[in-house]
Design a binder for this molecule. Structure first.
Ligand code: FPP
Length: 265
């Protein structure tokens, strides 16, 4: 049962994004500003993520995808990488019961083969256990890079063409979209990046082609319900034209994104 009652008044329930993507940035700076080790920032960041999932559930936003670890993050000091991977594993174990109770379905995208076996096992377990939940679909990008994702699809399609199983003329935007890690989800309507950085950092490059971008100086651990509300208000003020002259058909909950034509810019 969705709880709309806690939604602050001016937000229009019928025009909420159906899929929000988030680059959770600024954990390290949050900790450094307080004279704490970076690990403390990541722990606080995990609490902010839990609150965001609750908001999505309360406000009826069905899909949330977060960037937890990029393919570039391996370049961090070994100690921090190890801490993050262990934190993910511990969180998945500790939060599974609450996710079950809240109807959260958990999925993962990225090159999971490079992750420690214990973490992969926990990911598989939480994915299987929450497979049929329907309130919020939380997708966690771990060891994810968008260029790698698209390159892998090109290789796969080229192999099929070489084997005569695919006519190159059949390679369309729709087919490529179906091959993405996020194929079961609509493309995100809104991307939020915290901490003042204004980059996509190799996150969902194909999927975000028509997303509204929202950047805030708030550091991720401080991104709370009020901050999310602000982001949604900003989203609702945007005129989403999808390459047309005017947004003749504003999107409403459950309505698919209008079909894109190649002339769209
Ligand atoms: C970016 O801040 C944050 C990360 C690389 C880690 C994000 C992870 C969490 C919030 C935990 C989530 C847990 C699960 C299970 C998904 P940064 O370290 O780049 O901050 P900085 O730019 O200030 O250094």
């Amino acid at each position: 049962m969705l709880r709309f009652s806690s939604l602050p008044a001016p937000l229009d329930l019928h025009c909420l994004p159906q899929h929000v993507a988030v680059i959770m940035d600024g954990n390290g700076r949050w900790a450094t500003e307080r004279g704490l080790p970076r690990a403390a920032g990541h722990r606080q960041g995990a609490k902010a993520l839990k609150e965001l999932v609750r908001c999505c559930k309360d406000w009826g936003i069905p899909a949330l995808t977060v960037y937890a670890f990029s393919t570039e993050n391996w370049r961090r000091p070994t100690e921090e990488v190890d801490f993050l991977l262990l934190l993910f594993e511990r969180l998945l174990r500790q939060e599974l019961a609450e996710m079950q109770q809240s109807g959260v379905k958990l999925s993962f995208v990225g090159d999971l083969s490079a992750l420690p076996p214990a973490l992969r096992q926990e990911m598989q377990r939480s994915h299987n256990a929450t497979l049929h939940n329907q309130q919020v679909h939380l997708t966690v990008a771990i060891n994810y890079g968008s260029r790698a994702e698209i390159t892998q699809i090109c290789r796969q399609l080229a192999e099929q063409a070489q084997q005569g199983r695919l006519n190159p003329a059949e390679i369309t935007e729709e087919l490529l979209s179906e091959c993405l890690n996020t194929t079961s989800l609509p493309h995100p309507d809104l991307l939020i990046r915290t901490s003042g950085e204004m980059r996509l950092s190799n996150f969902l490059l194909w999927q975000l082609a028509y997303a509204e971008l929202y950047f805030t100086r708030i550091l991720w651990p401080d991104f709370d319900r009020a901050a999310f509300y602000e982001a949604l208000v900003s989203y609702q003020r945007r005129d989403r034209r999808f390459g047309q002259v005017s947004a003749s058909q504003p999107r409403v909950a459950g309505q698919p994104i209008p079909a894109l034509v190649s002339a769209d810019r």
